[in-house]
Design a protein around this ligand. Structure first.
Ligand SMILES: Cc1cc2nc3c(=O)[nH]c(=O)nc-3n(C[C@H](O)[C@H](O)[C@H](O)COP(=O)(O)O)c2cc1C
Length: 353
């Protein structure tokens, strides 16, 4: 269990006061686990981090500790829940608060078949009154903010009024923060991956939500890939959430405390971060036998775009190295940092394997 006290309604004070939702990394199943979040937290102190979606079923019937434990250093961190039964969500939200999460977020944006079979995720947008009941059930039992992540529409329902009425109904139940993935979810015929690429992005609808609900916190998500993009969205909404770009190009996060939270520019180096991750891998192995490669997989983008990054990455993802301690793998990976000549690199890599 997290040893840090929960920080309800946390506001960030540097020179200015910033909304906690100003910049966040999206919930991503199988990606934003606690190891990934630990890594991201090394890169940015203020960015809000989200868990993968945890279903109410996993918490009521499964191993709660496995799903909810996290490292106190991950704060601020939000727990995303998947579910559609108010009573179950209330129990899960309370558990989340007790385990120290700073926020409980309800997933109303996932279009996968599995989630639809459970009648939650994006299909919940068709039943705003049920979502309102879910939100109310959670708000009644926790002090931390209850927030909703959703799409702008489902299937062919693409009118602004649809998403506006959804937000209005759910806000009346006590949700003050909406994170809007600015494209429709198509519940039939598209895979979850296609559902993140095919339906067109319509950022203007999210900006309009902010105009129509000035007292709500509205954060925008979908297809945002640079600091410049983020700044331009922040002219219209309260927050920006990045998913894939943050994962594939995590060094971006090191600019955010300075760019968006008024901190001094970072002096952090990739070498320091990599070494901190090696320490963390050793700790995790000692604590619960967690293998280094379950952690290293999340930092493979650390040298994104730099010379030698491909070879460096190949070392950290080389399954033949699994039996070695992480510090040895680290030392092998160093041989490829900044390496220019692919021939030289690949022959050294052959010796590694
Ligand atoms: C691998 C992967 C898993 C995802 N899992 C979730 C999830 O569990 N809950 C959720 O609300 N969204 C999930 N998403 C969607 C992201 O949170 C985000 O809305 C989407 O990727 C669009 O943002 P982006 O263009 O910045 O990546 C996932 C996305 C990816 C790539």
């Amino acid at each position: 269990m997290s040893t840090t006290l929960p920080m309800p309604k946390r506001t960030i004070h540097t020179q200015h006061t910033y909304s906690p939702w100003r910049v966040s990394v999206a919930p991503m199943m199988d990606w934003t686990d606690r190891h990934c979040r630990f890594f991201h937290r090394l890169l940015s102190q203020h960015t809000l981090l989200y868990t993968e979606m945890v279903t109410t079923g996993a918490l009521t019937h499964g191993d709660v500790g496995r799903h909810l434990r996290f490292n106190a250093q991950e704060h601020p961190v939000a727990l995303q829940l998947g579910g559609s039964t108010p009573d179950d969500l209330a129990v899960a939200a309370k558990l989340g608060q007790d385990w120290g999460y700073n926020e409980i977020n309800l997933n109303c944006g996932c279009p996968s078949d599995r989630v639809q079979r459970g009648a939650f995720g994006a299909c919940l947008m068709a039943t705003p009154v049920l979502v309102a009941d879910c939100v109310k059930a959670m708000v009644d039992v926790v002090d931390v903010p209850v927030t909703v992540k959703h799409r702008i529409g489902i299937d062919t329902e693409d009118s602004y009024e649809f998403v506006r009425d959804f937000v209005g109904t759910v806000a009346n139940a006590g949700c003050e923060v909406f994170i809007v993935h600015a494209r429709n979810a198509w519940l039939q015929g598209l895979s979850p991956k296609q559902n993140r690429e095919v339906p067109p992005l319509r950022y203007e609808l999210v900006a309009k939500l902010k105009q129509d609900f000035p007292n709500l916190t509205i954060a925008i998500n979908g297809g945002i890939t640079s600091g410049e993009h983020m700044h331009s969205h922040l002219q219209h909404v309260d927050g920006v959430m990045l998913g894939r770009e943050a994962y594939y190009n995590p060094w971006l996060l090191t600019e955010w405390d300075h760019e968006f939270f008024g901190e001094a520019p970072t002096t952090l180096t990739r070498e320091e971060v990599e070494l901190a991750m090696v320490d963390y891998m050793e700790q995790a192995a000692a604590e619960d036998g967690c293998p280094w490669y379950a952690i290293a997989r999340h930092m493979l983008g650390l040298r994104h775009g730099l010379r030698g990054s491909r070879y460096w990455r190949q070392v950290w993802s080389n399954h033949k190295l699994k039996p070695l301690p992480p510090r040895e793998v680290w030392s092998m990976a160093q041989a490829f940092v900044g390496m220019q000549a692919p021939d030289q690199a690949s022959s050294s890599l052959a010796n590694v394997g």
